[in-house]
Design a protein around this ligand. Structure first.
Ligand SMILES: *Cc1c(COP(=O)(O)O)cnc(C)c1O
Length: 342
């Protein structure tokens, strides 16, 4: 099987398992796990923030950050197709008591004017807005990268309105690779940022939140409240550390594989792809012209040894990652072309 469902399917290799087996551990709820501490310091450094906190998942990372930034009754601004809005079980209203107001992004990117237009000031009819969330790379927009200059405008515009900015950077490593900058040069335009170790980097478990020291202290208490305080977590943090140190540099291989896959499918099959939108490791394919539902095509391709996910009835998604080779990804493109020729 050539598994292109997600970069979350990656499994720890021998070298990572060795690092995991050798991890020094302690009780992290007592602040005594040296591996977790080293991971948190490394992450804070890479993102240019004062402090960081290791959490079990990306959803918990975002939700802890939202709760730390807001008070019940607040409104937060999120992009219309953001992960926080669509794929986190509607957690923000439940966990933080906030409502979510949407702005429509272009490839995931929205403008300071769009933010301004939905902030309604001090009128006693309306909920106070406290937070704006960006996502880079943007998952549902097909792994598109928000350019730094545009992020800076949203960041500065939000601050002028007295709002804080959270960045869902689950795939910030891909964004940094695509832009050829340090992750800190992206996280710079956020007050808090969340990152994942268990996607493209290939660690088995975990995400982190980074931001100012006081903020991360608040996050630590909220993580405990949500049941995310972990004891000898160095066992899994060691995989994340190994991934940060060894698996970031190769992400451009995933991007090249996705780019070439998309070029072949767009040119030779009846599926259509917005090639300019293929910027990192995600390819979204519109199957409308086949007259078939995306779900049906995914099933048919499974029989041909390739796994995709569907995003809705007309969109198929492929994600490249470290557990598929360049050759396998191009083979998947050929099988798709064979089944649905132009
Ligand atoms: C995957 C993802 C998350 C959530 O991460 P989990 O570890 O699966 O909970 C959050 N945001 C974005 C943009 C993601 O792609």
């Amino acid at each position: 099987m050539i598994d292109l469902r997600s970069d979350t399917v990656t499994r720890p290799d021998e070298a990572m398992r060795k690092a995991i087996a050798a991890a020094e551990v302690g009780d992290d709820v007592f602040g005594e796990d040296p591996t977790v501490r080293r991971l948190e310091e490394t992450v804070a450094g890479l993102l240019g923030k004062e402090s960081a906190l290791y959490v079990p998942s990306g959803v918990m990372a975002n939700q802890v950050a939202i709760k730390a930034h807001t008070r019940p009754g607040d409104e937060i601004i999120v992009e219309e197709r953001s992960h926080i809005l669509l794929y986190e079980t509607g957690a923000a209203p439940v966990i933080s008591g906030v409502t979510m107001r949407t702005v429509r992004g272009e490839r995931g990117l929205f403008t300071p004017d769009q933010v301004k237009a939905v902030v309604r000031g001090e009128d006693t009819h309306v909920a106070p807005v406290s937070l704006v969330c960006m996502e880079n790379t943007h998952n549902k927009a097909g792994g598109c990268v928000l350019p730094r200059g545009d992020m800076q405008k949203v960041y500065e515009g939000a601050h002028e309105l007295g709002l804080r900015v959270h960045l869902d950077g689950a795939r910030i490593w891909n964004a940094a690779t695509a832009l050829d900058v340090d992750p800190a040069a992206i996280a710079e335009f956020s007050d808090s940022v969340t990152v994942s170790f268990s996607k493209g980097l290939g660690a088995p478990i975990g995400s982190a939140i980074a931001g100012p020291r006081e903020f991360i202290h608040t996050c630590r208490r909220i993580r405990k409240m949500l049941g995310g305080g972990m004891r000898q977590a160095g066992i899994i943090a060691a995989g994340a550390l190994y991934a940060l140190e060894n698996n970031r540099r190769r992400l451009d291989e995933d991007h090249r594989a996705a780019h070439d896959f998309a070029a072949t499918v767009a040119q030779k099959s009846s599926l259509s792809i917005d090639l300019d939108g293929v910027q990192t490791n995600i390819v979204i394919m519109d199957v409308s012209s086949t007259g078939m539902q995306a779900e049906k095509i995914a099933d048919a391709m499974e029989h041909k040894g390739v796994l995709f996910t569907t995003m809705d009835s007309s969109l198929l998604r492929a994600v490249t990652h470290r557990d598929v080779t360049y050759e396998q990804v191009q083979e998947a493109a050929l099988r798709l072309v064979q089944a649905y020729p132009a």
